[in-house]
Structures are given as C-alpha cells and as structure tokens.
Design a protein around this ligand. Structure first.
Ligand code: HAM
Length: 446
C-alpha cells in the first residue's frame, strides 16, 4: 500500500476504466437525450472568482460557509478563487458575460464535470464528485419547469433506474413578493421552538431561517414539521405558476410528491424546486435536483432573466443503479484480437491489427511476447468476439485464420480484403447479440 501522501486525497476517487466507462456511458445517454430537448454543451472553468459562488449560492448556506475550496491566485493584489462546488452560478456568470441571453434571447445549455465540496466523506458524499446538469435561461413559463423535470426523470429511466426505485419531490420557494413575510414567520417559529432545535438551527433564525428545513438532525426535522408552510402563503403569481407546473406534470403522467420541507441547499432558488431520491442509498439519497432561479442574473448585475435547471450526481446515480441490481452495458474492449504463436511474425501481426483499426474495427494485439495460450486469455478478458491468427503457413498463401470465440468455429480469410470480411463477420455477431438481448436488432454496434 502506498504511503498516505501518495494516495488519492480523502473524499476523492480515481475513476478507473470500469467507472470511467460508466461515466462516459451516462454522459452519452445524457448527450443523446439533452440534444433531443434542444440543449447545447457549454464548458466553464473549474474555478471562478469566489464571489460568483458567495453571491449566487448564498453566504449563509453550508456550501459557502463550510465547503468551498478557496485559494488566492498569485496576482497583486491576490484574487480569491474557488473550485466550483456546483455548475449553475458559473453558467449564469458565463451567460451574462457572453450575452447568451441578451435582448431577451433564451438559451438551453448543459455541462458535465467534477465539482468540489469540502464535506465529511461517506458513501455517495465525496469531496470531488461528478455532475451532469442543464440550465434553461430566459424562460419563465411553467412549461419550462415541467420540461426540466420530465427530462431529469427520462434521463434516470434511460440510465436504467426503475421508476419504482425513485421518488420525485417538488415544492415551491415563492418569490421576492411572498417569501420575505414567510421567512419572518419561520424565524419567529424558530425562536419560539428553539428548545426542539439544534444550536445551529436556532441560530438560523437570524441568518437564514429556511435552512432549518434542511437539517438532518431528527429532532430538528420533527420540530420543523410544525413550521408554517409556504404553499399556503404564496402570492397569486407564485400560486398560479406552481399550479401550472403541477398540471403539466399531471398531463405528462409524471408522478410526484409535494414536500413542503424541500428547500434545497442553495439560496438562489425561487418558485419551483425538485429533487429525485433513490431507494437504498441511506442519507445521501438525492441523485439529482434543481429548480428555478429567476433572480440570479440580477445578483450579478444583469437584467431580470428567468432561469432554471437541474444537476445529477454520477456517484449517486451509480449507487442507485447498483442498489436496483442494474448492470450497465459492458462493451468489448477489443472486438478482435490478432494473435500469433510465431514471435518472428510480430510485424505482420501489427500490420493486420493496424489495417483493422484503420477500417474502424476495435482490435488489439500482444505487446509482451506472450505465449499463444496467454494471448487467448487476453482475448477473453478483452471480450473479443473474433480472434485472427497469423501463422507462417497461412501467410505463405496470403491468408489468416479467423476463430469465432463463442462457437470456436474457424475459417480461412484472404489477407486481401480482410477488413471487409472481418467487418461482415462482426456485424453478423452484433446483430445476433442484439436480437438475443432485446429481441430486435439495433442499428449497428452499440
Ligand atoms: P445539488 O442538489 O447541490 O444541486 O447537487 C446536485 C446533485 O449532485 C445531487 O443531487 C447529488 O446527486 C450530487 N451531489 C451533490 N453533492 C455531492 C457530493 N458531495 N458527493 C456526491 N454527489 C453530490 C446543484 O448542484 C444545483 N446546481 C442544481 C441545479 C442546477 N439547480 C438549478 N440548476
């Protein structure tokens, strides 16, 4: 075991090939789906000026108060920078800076990558974790809220999480018209019920009373169940908006539960918030969540511009898939292995492998001078469907031998045009496999 300083830092993990492929698979599912909904990719820097997060997420949140990786750059005077704990604030900063929503335009963007929060690590709670998210900017209508929720649910379904293993929670946070009075009411409730709350929640009466709904402490949860409910105190516009979001969800047949204590951990939310929780994940059961943030552009000095979106966590999505017993597809690493028992034919083996690769066939060969038996084991490990044997006798006749790794049948193939022959043989096997898996052939290779 390596010395502690040569291990990955606490709360971080390496994505080794199996996890990295799973991440790329989920990303591919997301990209395909998001493109159908009209979202375009955006990449923002991994760090931002600290104030982007302090302003956007809110000073009295756990993220800003306790969890940010903040450092000074080397400028004079030094500037405070922070590794992004989430993607929404950077996207709004970038949209404003680059005029994505200038002149009343709208924009639908998605992003993916690592996020950083200094949290106490546990299963599903990492200090570096991976998110995929979308933001719809400039859209204030409730159809946009329902669309984002529908998309998030469709993503999880496409990833393979059974609907019965997920709960969709929704709530409304109101807006600047109805929330201030409600905040004061909750603050008064906290002051009057401090005995049933932890010290931190009791202090929240003065800083950020709504955060008390987020506390994981069971006594606080019990106490906050008796707190005033915003849904009953919404202004007319927020009530109409919330009712419309629900009716769009109903029309789409998307089942949800209203959870009046769902406030989410970020202060930028207005009106609709939502979260998807998965079964079997313990305390860290939120696999994705989001909401509307109609005042965030103004916090950065922009014009009033509505916005909403969601982010989902890769690690928790994987935990949810595992807990539901779902295996992600594990495509072969090399569909074809080019093998030989004759070390002196190494350059011919290499040439055949390269020809297949150039023709688009995932092909591998041995680079370690291994025996034929070991090469066959390697072919098995890589999931190869076919092995191409390069031997002196066949080569003298301008041929190679191809073996089907499933039924062990072998046949000779002319070296001339080997690419087409191997591709055809592979295609037949993809087709047979797809029919066996789904009952219907898919288009080409999956
Ligand atoms: P969030 O709820 O803080 O929202 O994070 C979204 C998802 O990221 C969570 O549901 C969870 O799956 C994952 N996640 C969060 N923290 C961790 C962690 N420490 N370890 C592992 N996974 C984690 C946001 O980040 C908002 N920006 C979502 C949003 C987009 N709202 C509007 N637009």
């Amino acid at each position: 075991m390596a010395k502690a300083e040569y291990r990955a830092p606490k709360g971080t993990s390496d994505l080794l090939p199996a996890d990295a492929r799973a991440w790329q698979h989920l990303l591919a599912v997301a990209q395909d789906l998001f493109a159908r909904y009209g979202y375009e990719p955006v990449y923002t820097p991994i760090f931002e000026h600290t104030d982007v997060f302090v302003r956007g997420i809110g000073e009295a949140t756990d993220i800003v108060g306790k969890e940010m990786y903040t450092f000074d750059d080397k400028g004079t005077p030094p500037t405070s920078l922070t590794l992004r704990p989430e993607g929404t604030a950077p996207i709004v900063r970038a949209a404003l800076e680059n005029g994505l929503t200038a002149n009343g335009q709208s924009a639908k963007v998605y992003y993916s990558g690592p996020m950083f929060r200094y949290e106490r690590p546990q299963a599903g709670r990492r200090r570096q974790f991976w998110q995929i998210g979308v933001e719809s900017l400039g859209m204030g209508e409730p159809t946009a809220d329902a669309e984002a929720i529908a998309l998030l649910m469709e993503f999880f379904a496409a990833a393979g999480i059974p609907r019965s293993a997920m709960r969709l929670l929704i709530n409304t946070m109101g807006d600047e018209v109805c929330r201030p009075a409600y905040r004061s009411e909750v603050a008064a409730f906290i002051r009057g019920n401090a005995a049933g709350l932890c010290d931190e929640c009791a202090r929240r009466a003065d800083t950020n009373p709504l955060r008390a709904f987020d506390c994981k402490n069971l006594t606080c949860r019990e106490t906050m169940k008796r707190a005033p409910v915003l849904r009953d105190r919404l202004c007319d516009d927020c009530a109409v908006h919330y009712a419309a979001v629900k009716s769009h969800l109903d029309a789409l047949g998307i089942a949800y539960e209203e959870d009046t204590s769902l406030v989410r951990g970020l202060d930028y939310y207005t009106r609709t918030v939502f979260e998807v929780q998965a079964e079997g994940l313990g305390a860290q059961n939120a696999i994705g969540g989001g909401g509307r943030y109609d005042r965030l552009f103004e916090m950065y000095g922009g014009r009033p511009t509505p916005g909403l979106g969601f982010a989902l966590g890769f690690e928790r999505t994987m935990l949810a898939l595992r807990s539901a017993g779902v295996d992600l597809p594990a495509p072969a690493i090399a569909d074809v292995f080019v093998a030989s028992a004759a070390p002196e034919l190494a350059s011919e083996v290499f040439a055949v492998t390269q020809r297949l690769r150039s023709a688009g066939v995932p092909a591998e060969m041995d680079h370690q001078g291994r025996s034929l038996k070991s090469q066959m084991k390697a072919a098995d490990r890589l999931g190869s469907l076919l092995v191409v044997f390069v031997g002196p006798d066949e080569l003298a006749r301008g041929e190679v031998t191809v073996r089907d790794m499933t039924d062990k049948n072998e046949w000779r193939v002319s070296l001339h045009g080997i690419e087409d022959q191997v591709r055809t043989a592979l295609f037949e096997r993809y087709l047979a496999r797809d029919v066996a898996v789904s009952g219907t052939p898919s288009e080409g290779r999956s």
